[in-house]
Design a protein around this ligand. Sequence first.
Ligand SMILES: NC(=O)c1ccc[n+]([C@@H]2O[C@H](COP(=O)([O-])OP(=O)(O)OC[C@H]3O[C@@H](n4cnc5c(N)ncnc54)[C@H](OP(=O)(O)O)[C@@H]3O)[C@@H](O)[C@H]2O)c1
Length: 263
Amino acid sequence: MPSDDFVAKYGPWALVAGGSDGLGAAWTEAFAKRGLNVAIVGRRKELVEAKAKEIENRHGVSTLSIVLDLSESSAPNELVERVTGIDLGLVVYNAALSPGGKFEKVEGSTIRSAISTNVATPTLLIHQLIPKLLSRKNAGVILVSSLAGYAGSSSLSTYGATKAYLRMLGEALWEENRGSGLDILVTSPGAVTTPGLESRSDKKIPGQLGPTEIVEMSLAHLGKGPTFVPGGLNQFAAMLLGRILPRKAATSLMRKSSSGISS
Ligand SMILES: NC(=O)c1ccc[n+]([C@@H]2O[C@H](COP(=O)([O-])OP(=O)(O)OC[C@H]3O[C@@H](n4cnc5c(N)ncnc54)[C@H](OP(=O)(O)O)[C@@H]3O)[C@@H](O)[C@H]2O)c1
């Protein structure tokens, strides 16, 4: 979609929850490049502010820096309050916590944080934002899921389960809002070259893509259907994991493909 049309449909402001680093920084960049102002959320103040300054200077857009921990139970309300003054047309929920390791070895508090960050906060945030987005008749919500949500992911059990939840939520919201002008999209990347992944894996994973590729492919799909998997190899993997393989084979494939990723 040409930038002017993109701004007319989704502008003037986008919110990227987890928009300061990794894949989130690529969403932020993609929106600013098209001329949208961006509200950026992250925990590390210096990263949020640096990303905001960078896109202001490079693209001449306005920014709102929001330093907030999305794992806190107060986060949805606090975030809604922080964005009340801006006309939001596009919301991306990108932040996630991915605890690795055998399920019973992971601290309960870490599991709770993952469920809050990956499930409770996006659900309650979108729940509060949807009425205003719907009233615009032109808006979008993008939930960032993962291929890890297509089959039980041993060593990433809680993470994979939260990502499966997001896909089901997004599909349902897409159906509920079909024809309303509110585009809902769940994008489920395979491996993405981000600082987060690079710190946990030293090998290149089949189908691995860069953050900008993921974002651009996903944006090209916005408004065209409820779910998207970026990259041909990953689409094939999603079909195998989700539809073709017996569940025993799917969980085994998932274990093999995530071996080598540490917590
Ligand atoms: N990397 C991959 O291979 C891969 C594969 C499939 C799907 N994904 C999905 O893509 C998304 C981004 O992944 P990533 O690897 O780029 O993640 P990341 O580097 O860990 O974090 C991305 C952004 O989210 C922010 N963030 C994380 N936790 C937060 C919290 N509790 N509160 C506020 N901000 C928070 C980070 O800033 P702060 O740390 O400063 O808060 C950063 O700006 C996730 O939803 C992930 O599940 C990633």
